[in-house]
Design a protein around this ligand. Sequence first.
Ligand code: PAF
Length: 278
Amino acid sequence: MNVVETIAEMKRLRRELVEPVGFVPTMGFLHNGHLELVRRAKAENSSVVVSIFVNPTQFGPQEDFESYPRDLPRDLAMLETVKTDLVFVPSADEMYPPQFDSWVNVEGVTERLEGAIRPGHFKGVATVVAKLFNIVQPTKAYFGQKDAQQVVVIKKMLADLNMNLEVVTVPTVREPDGLAMSSRNTYLKPDERQAAVVLYQALTLAQGLWRKGEKDAGRIRQVMREFIQQQPLAGKIDYISITNAETLRELDIIKPPAIVLLAVKIGKPRLIDNIVLV
Ligand code: PAF
């Protein structure tokens, strides 16, 4: 496994990889959800590139950029186990030199949900992902369904900017009790970790109601809200949303393909999750 820090070196080694090339962009502090992306990329391509870069431009000024968990030796050991070919670990200066002035701004789908609560977040995500795509030139790139809005934003960017690759969405990997795997779960104290399962339980409650024939999105959102509020460690509910899965437009009457998304604070940490209604 080669590990490279510069864009020039990354481009040079990229030319030697056997096509097709799968790419998994990450911010590190890897968990089994990331490894599942790499396994899928490995199964569908001859070579796999993983990037590890805690992208400063997708964090707001009050957000957790400084405290975001980092452990490069552990990440590299994990990537060895899934036979990653090449790991790109650039510095912030390498990706954003002082003269950097160009941004990718996907409008529309970024205006709601995470985009409304984290202004500028998706501008940072779209910009770094576009740069990484240009540097790595993958055949396919792999993203987790856990960050459902991120996937919609990236697919829109691909379509709008005629980018020449395929984006593959991989199902969310969950802990045995249902909590979606996330690097930020490390922020949860033991009692918060137990309480955090309330997000998945609320989502499965919604799915159960829908499967029984409930189509009124407002009623399902209300049941979910009341369910979450019964959990003493659940704090602010940023949103509970039932939308079209492709456009992320809010639905009154549920019609597939639909998705239920939520963002809730458990103690201090803020968690997001979603479930596709099938
Ligand atoms: O999902 C993430 O970890 C990040 O948003 C990504 C796609 C690596 C861009 O920094």
